[in-house]
Design a protein around this ligand. Structure first.
Ligand code: FPP
Ligand code: MG
Length: 294
């Protein structure tokens, strides 16, 4: 499967281009916001929303504004994170504060958060409530990440931190999408939330693991936080720590797949399952590297 060929992906890219054309009357904000709120990146969260809506018998086009909202708050969080982390590149381009300046980056983040509130506002109270929750959890996760020095985080703190920093937005994306499709069927919404949460945990643990081994080329961070691998590696060999980390990710991916048993098979469900395979494939960078042999 090639994600970029999916209708949901193509429709989302078109929607970003349309929104960006008139995103602000202010030329400075328009330039800064469109620099980062663009068509690059994997668009995992918007895909989760649109595919969850479709897997629950909805129309993914009804979920596009919600997808834009989640992508906008996610982008805002990365712009602010790059200031805090001293990140110099993101998605193969200079980070916003590097290209412009810190003031522009703070305001660009604030601007995108405000846009996201507009775009989510028409979906009703339950969706907006979940969306607000994702925002404050992002902040709580980032505070933990910024305040606990590398070498000091426990497994429990790491798990809480990445749930709040990453997995909660995946969880809420799946909840929002399934609610758009299935209405207020809370059992289904909770099951999709579990899918998103487990996928998000797997994604962030993998992302942190790949960063430990410098496997990414599209971003550079100045400050490296603890990862599950670095915590394990305090008390065991690097190869054992990497193996244990890979096992934990595989467990989360299995739970994510199981959570989708609540809906019948469909093209959209296959694509959601494929997103778990996509994260699994990222682990091949570790499985095939010398680190596991040491
Ligand atoms: C990237 O983590 C950062 C996040 C996933 C969340 C950042 C959150 C904030 C700055 C709070 C802002 C809140 C709102 C509502 C916008 P990372 O540094 O581990 O990943 P990276 O390597 O991609 O930078
Ligand atoms: Mg960062």
């Amino acid at each position: 499967m090639n994600i970029e060929e999916w209708d949901e992906y193509k429709d989302f890219i078109k929607a970003i281009e349309e929104k960006n054309a008139t995103i602000s009357e202010n030329p400075v904000l328009k330039s800064v916001a469109t620099y980062i709120f663009n068509t690059s990146g994997k668009k995992l969260r918007p895909l989760i929303i649109m595919l969850s809506a479709k897997a629950c018998s909805g129309d993914h086009k009804r979920a596009i504004d919600a997808s834009l909202a989640v992508e906008a708050i996610h982008t805002a969080s990365l712009v602010h994170d790059d200031i805090l982390d001293e990140g110099t590149t993101r998605r193969n381009m200079p980070s916003v504060h590097e290209k412009y300046n810190v003031m522009a980056a703070i305001l660009c983040g604030d601007f995108l958060i405000s846009k996201s509130i507009q775009w989510i506002s028409s979906y009703g109270e339950k969706v907006v409530w979940d969306f607000g929750r994702s925002g404050y959890l992002l902040c709580e996760g980032e505070v933990m990440d910024s305040m606990i020095e590398r070498g000091q985080m426990s497994v429990e703190q790491y798990t809480e931190c990445i749930y709040k920093k990453t997995a909660a937005l995946f969880e809420i994306s799946a909840r929002i999408g399934s609610r758009i499709g299935a209405g207020d069927n809370e059992k289904v919404v909770d099951a999709f939330g579990l899918y998103g949460k487990e996928l998000g945990m797997a994604y962030q643990i993998t992302d942190d693991l790949l960063e430990e081994f410098d496997i990414y080329e599209d971003k550079e961070s100045g400050i490296l936080s603890d990862s599950l691998f670095s915590i394990y590696a305090r008390t065991m060999s690097k190869s054992e720590a990497a193996k244990k980390t890979v096992k934990i990710v595989e467990g989360h991916l299995l739970e994510a797949k199981k959570a989708l048993d609540c809906v019948k098979n469909s093209d959209a469900k296959d694509k959601l399952l494929y997103l778990t395979d996509y994260v699994n494939t990222l682990l091949d960078n570790i499985r095939t590297s010398d680190i596991l042999k040491a």
